[in-house]
Design a protein around this ligand. Structure first.
Ligand code: 5AD
Ligand code: SF4
Length: 474
């Protein structure tokens, strides 16, 4: 039998955690008086957009408790929001924890916390307990909303406090959030994943798929818009299987139509759709919409039907190509980007050639290429025919080179066009420029100052620089 999930926010729990924030505020105040300076906190995010959104929630809570947020990890409270999709992300966290330990020796009152996907792995928690005893707090992905409560608990006692849940039954949104960008925001529309691709740890660390009620999503976006947000990114591991656990069975295209109607909202993005769930209604809604951005991130993973089957991806090479080429025909100005894994167990040069063939035929606007990473507990980890490192390196370089050529070719097609650009930042290398994103996600740099941040401006794309443009505001 399927588990039953609560799809609405638990308001009582929200009120409870708000009380802990008040208590935390008092604790932070007392400490800062004792220390003679305001307490600082640093949140470091690894991984995907979901984690970025979770970090905004944690930052909102910390700032509400009176912490001064800083980018420096030599702070009074440091939290790592971790990712475990690939092993190198895990290794990076272990390395950085070693550095934090030296900071903590200088500042014994410093507190260190870990959350996110890594903490949902039993072996990680064991390792933290055994080798990193100076960590104060470890919590998981299903109980993030309890952070205020854990924080208070951590401050009142010594030793490491750990709370990891195997699954979630509740949705608790509506706690304070501080956005990295005032003008754009991620919005969780669903949590977890039911697809169980054989290489992927996400279903084990993020749990089963659970969608939020459309009314609650709309209400959250309306509030964001009244707070200055122009662009939202609807977040989920498989956004186009949204709604399966809802009584109303609202589907993703319907949700998009509801979001479209929100006055004042200018741009809608979504991440990530699953190829075989990308139906004609998705194409229809993208055609009719004035707000949905012209970008689809459609993870291919492999172009070989044999490998796709072993990956438990639910489409063949031909089905993916049919879909991608249909998207190119029906939505010609939409950028298509993808994810590709090289070195999956059993992969041969023939399989890589199939992947290269798909890349050539679709000519992706951009692609993230990953070396297969063995994740303990996933079915692929125990497949016998793991690929030799020398082969992976050669294949990876070949895939990357083709992907980059395609990306350049696609980007160059925009030369001389006029585009609406949402300005995100002052350029980090040249302060006389600002940086923004076109609807299709291409970056554009052009002369301007910080007053333009958050504005959507019209820009002429003057000079193609490979993957991005230099432009001029019109
Ligand atoms: N090894 C390499 N890449 C992986 N991804 C997920 N799991 C693994 C793994 N074990 C990639 C997929 C996915 C992206 C978010 O990360 O390409 O789409
Ligand atoms: Fe992982 Fe596959 Fe789910 Fe994506 S669809 S999160 S790759 S299991």
């Amino acid at each position: 039998m399927r588990e039953v999930f609560e799809t609405k926010t638990d308001k009582e729990e929200v009120a409870r955690q708000l009380r802990f924030i008040e208590e935390g505020k008092q604790i932070v105040l007392n400490y800062s008086e004792q220390e003679g300076h305001p307490l600082t906190a640093c949140v470091v995010t690894f991984g995907c957009q979901m984690n970025a959104r979770d970090s905004e929630k944690i930052t909102g809570i910390l700032a509400n408790m009176g912490f001064h947020m800083t980018e420096s990890e030599e702070a009074d409270f440091v939290l790592y929001n971790t990712c475990s999709v690939r092993d190198n992300a895990n290794q990076k966290v272990y390395g950085k924890l070693g550095v934090l330990n030296t900071y903590k020796k200088r500042n014994p009152n410093m507190k260190i916390a870990l959350c996110g996907c890594m903490t949902q792995e039993e072996s990680v928690v064991e390792k933290i307990q055994n080798s990193y005893p100076f960590v104060d707090l470890v919590f998981g992905t299903h109980n993030l909303y309890k952070f205020p409560e854990y924080f208070v608990y951590m401050m009142k006692r010594d030793g490491m406090f750990i709370d990891i849940w195997e699954s979630a039954t509740k949705i608790v949104e509506d706690l304070p959030v501080i956005r990295k960008y005032p003008f754009k925001s991620g919005v969780n529309i669903m949590f977890g994943c039911d697809k169980f691709c054989t290489y992927c740890i996400v279903p084990y660390v993020r749990g089963r798929e659970r969608s939020r009620e459309p009314e609650e999503i709309i209400c959250e976006i309306e509030k964001l818009v009244s707070d200055g947000v122009k662009e939202v990114m609807l977040l989920g591991q498989n956004v186009n299987s949204y709604g399966k656990n809802l009584e109303s069975k609202t589907k993703f295209p319907e949700l998009l139509r509801m979001v479209e109607k929100i006055d004042g909202l200018e741009r809608i993005r979504f991440m990530t759709p699953y190829p075989s769930d990308f139906d004609d209604d998705m194409i229809a809604v993208m055609k009719e919409s004035k707000k949905i951005c012209k970008h689809i991130h459609l993870p291919l993973q492999s172009g070989s039907s044999r490998i796709l089957k072993r990956m438990n991806r639910r489409y063949t090479k031909e089905e993916f190509l049919d879909l991608a080429l249909k998207l190119r025909r029906e939505l010609p100005d939409v950028a298509i980007t993808t994810d590709i894994i090289v070195g999956f167990p059993g992969e041969t040069k023939e399989d890589i050639d199939e992947t290269l063939d798909v890349i050539r035929k679709v000519c992706f606007d951009n692609a993230f290429t990953f070396i297969y990473s063995k994740r303990t507990g996933t079915p692929a980890a125990s497949m016998p025919d793991q690929v030799a490192e020398e082969n992976i390196k050669v294949w990876f370089d070949e895939v990357l080179a083709l992907v980059q050529n395609c990306a350049k070719e696609r980007t160059a097609l925009l030369q001389g066009q006029i585009a609406d650009v949402l300005v995100e930042d002052v350029n980090s290398h040249d302060a006389s420029l600002v940086t923004g994103r076109m609807s299709n996600n291409t970056l554009v740099h052009f002369p301007g100052d910080k007053s333009l941040i958050g504005e959507i401006v019209t820009v002429k794309l003057e000079e193609c620089k490979g993957f991005y443009y230099l432009g001029k505001q019109l």
